[in-house]
Design a protein around this ligand. Structure first.
Ligand SMILES: Nc1ncnc2c1ncn2[C@@H]1O[C@H](COP(=O)(O)OP(=O)(O)OP(=O)(O)O)[C@@H](O)[C@H]1O
Ligand SMILES: [Mg+2]
Length: 433
C-alpha cells in the first residue's frame, strides 16, 4: 500500500489541508516534478514548517486515516483531535480522507495495483471523542484484521520515540496491551510508548530463518553508517556494536546511535514480520512515517540519512518531518511539502517554487521554505545592518575593511576589542549589545 493523498478537515490546528505524496511508481508530473523525469528518490516525502505548523498532525492523520477500522478498538483513546476554535466556531467532528494504492501484498486479486478512497471521522460525544472508521465490508480489507498478514503495512515514529530496555521486555504482555497494527504507530500518539528492542526478536531469527537474519544484519549496517558496525553477536543478552574505539553493548552506545538504531531496529521488526514468505525484505511495500528525522543526528550524518534509508528500503514510501536544512538539501522540490500559515492563521501546503537539491544549508535557510533573513545572531545582524548604512556616509574605507573581516567570521571580536576598528564601529557595536 502507498498513500497518494490525505485530505484533512478540523484535525488539531489544521482547519483544511490536502497533502499529496510521492510514492514508487507515481508519475510525479502532477506534483511539480520535471515532465518525464524520475526523481532521484521516488519514495521520499518531507514535511517542513514552523513549530506548531501542523507537521506531526499530518503524520497522525495518515496513520489514523489508514487504520481507523481497527484503531478505535486497539487501545487508542482520541484526545483533543477535533480542532478547537473560538467557542462559537467549535467543530464537532474532524474528517480524514485517504486516497491509497493497494497491491497484491494487500490482498488485491486482479491486476498489480488499484486505487481505494476511504473516509474516517472523529466525532465529539459529550466529553469524549471517538473514531468512526470507514466501511471495511469489502473483502480487500480482510488483511487488516490479521496480524500475520503482510497487507497494509504502516509504521510510524513520534518525536519522543525510545526503545524499551532489553532487561524488561515482556513480549507476551506487549502483545496483549496493544493490537499489532496500532503498536506500529503508537509512538505517534503516546509519548511514553516504548519500541521493541532488537534482542526481543532478532536472536530467534538466526535459527528460524538464517537468510532473513543475515538480511537484517546487513540492513542495520547499511543504515547505521561507517562509524558503528552491528556485529550480530550477543553478550549477556545485549547486541554488541563495533565503534571506532571498542566493542560496546547496545545500552552503552551514545544517545544518537541508541535513538537511531532503536527505531530502525523496531522498523525492521515490523518490515520482517510484515514481509510475505519468499519475498526479500527490500521488496516489501508499505508506509513509514518518521517525525523529526534529524533528532540527535550530527550534521555529517544529516547529509546522508534520508538517501541512505530511502535506498536501503526502496519499496517503502517514507513521510518525514524535519527542521534541518542539511536534510532538506538532499532532496528535490518534488519530495518537499512546506506548511505556510496564511493571513487567517490557517495552514497552506505548498511545494517550493525553486529547485532545492544541491543548495547549501545557508542558502536553504534563507530560501522561501525557511524564510530566514539571515543565519547570523540577530543582534550581530542588526549591528551589521547599521554598519552598512554608516558606510554609505561615514569612513568608507574603514567600513569596507571591517565588512570584509566580518565576512571571514572575525566581526564580533573586532567590533568589541580591535584597536583598528574606527570609533564609530565600536560605538555601534556597544549600542547593539
Ligand atoms: N484540538 C486542537 N485544536 C486546535 N489546535 C490544536 C489542537 N491540538 C493541538 N493544537 C495546536 O496544533 C499545533 C500542533 O501542531 P503539530 O504538533 O502538528 O505541530 P508541528 O508542526 O509538528 O510542530 P513542531 O515542529 O513543534 O513539532 C499546536 O500549535 C497546538 O497548539
Ligand atoms: Mg511536531
Amino acid at each position: 500500500m502507498y498513500i497518494r493523498s490525505l485530505k484533512v478537515r478540523d484535525l488539531r490546528a489544521v482547519a483544511t489541508a490536502r497533502l499529496d505524496l510521492l510514492h514508487p511508481g507515481r508519475d510525479d508530473g502532477k506534483l511539480g516534478g520535471a515532465a518525464g523525469s524520475k526523481p532521484r528518490l521516488d519514495n521520499v516525502n518531507l514535511i517542513l514548517g514552523e513549530n506548531g505548523a501542523g507537521k506531526s498532525t499530518l503524520l497522525d492523520g495518515i496513520a489514523l486515516g489508514v487504520l481507523s477500522p481497527i484503531i478505535a478498538q486497539a487501545g487508542f483513546r482520541p484526545h483533543y483531535l477535533i480542532r478547537r476554535g473560538p467557542a462559537e466556531k467549535r467543530a464537532d467532528r474532524s474528517t480524514l480522507g485517504i486516497d491509497m494504492v493497494v497491491h497484491r501484498q494487500d490482498g488485491l486479486k486482479k491486476g498489480n495495483a488499484a486505487r481505494r478512497r476511504v473516509e474516517t471521522s472523529v466525532e465529539r460525544r459529550g466529553d469524549f471523542e471517538r473514531i468512526v472508521g470507514y466501511d471495511d465490508s469489502h473483502p480487500i480489507w480482510e488483511g487488516m484484521f490479521s496480524e500475520e498478514s503482510p497487507a497494509f503495512l504502516i509504521v510510524g515514529y513520534g518525536a519522543t520515540r525510545r526503545v524499551e530496555s532489553s532487561a524488561t521486555v515482556d513480549t507476551a504482555a506487549r502483545s496483549k496491551a496493544r493490537q499489532l497494527r496500532y503498536e506500529r504507530v503508537a509512538s505517534l500518539f503516546e509519548d511514553q510508548f516504548t519500541l521493541r528492542p532488537l534482542t526481543s526478536w532478532l536472536p530467534e531469527w538466526s535459527s528460524r530463518n538464517p537468510g532473513r537474519h543475515k538480511q537484517v544484519v546487513n540492513l542495520i549496517n547499511r543504515l547505521s553508517g561507517e562509524d558503528v558496525r552491528f556485529t550480530g553477536a550477543l553478550e549477556r543478552g545485549e547486541y554488541v556494536f563495533r565503534t571506532k574505539r571498542a566493542n560496546v553493548p547496545f545500552s552503552a552506545l551514545s544517545d544518537g546511535y541508541k535513538a537511531f538504531i532503536g527505531w530502525v531496529g523496531d522498523l525492521l521488526y515490523h518490515v520482517c514480520m510484515g514481509c510475505p514468505k519468499g519475498m526479500k525484505l527490500v521488496d516489501n511495500k508499505g508506509v513509514v512515517l518518521v517525525d523529526e528525522i534529524d533528532l540527535h543526528i550530527h550534521p555529517k550524518w544529516q547529509r546522508t540519512i534520508i538517501p541512505t534509508l530511502a535506498r536501503a528500503l526502496p519499496k517503502m514510501q517514507f513521510v518525514f518531518t524535519s527542521h534541518s536544512p542539511l536534510v532538506v538539501g538532499t532532496l528535490e522540490r518534488v519530495n518537499i511539502v512546506h506548511i505556510e500559515t496564511n493571513r487567517l492563521g490557517r495552514p497552506v501546503l505548498r511545494r517550493p517554487e525553486e529547485e532545492i537539491y544541491g543548495l547549501s544549508a545557508d542558502q536553504i535557510l534563507r530560501s522561501e521554505i525557511f524564510g530566514l533573513e539571515s543565519t547570523r545572531d540577530p543582534s550581530f545582524k542588526a549591528h551589521l545592518d547599521a554598519l552598512s548604512g554608516e558606510a554609505a556616509t561615514g569612513d568608507r574605507e574603514a567600513a569596507m575593511t571591517f565588512m570584509r573581516q566580518v565576512a571571514q567570521g572575525k566581526g564580533a571580536a573586532l567590533a568589541e576589542e580591535s584597536p583598528e576598528a574606527p570609533e564609530w564601529v565600536k560605538r555601534l557595536a556597544a549600542r547593539s549589545t
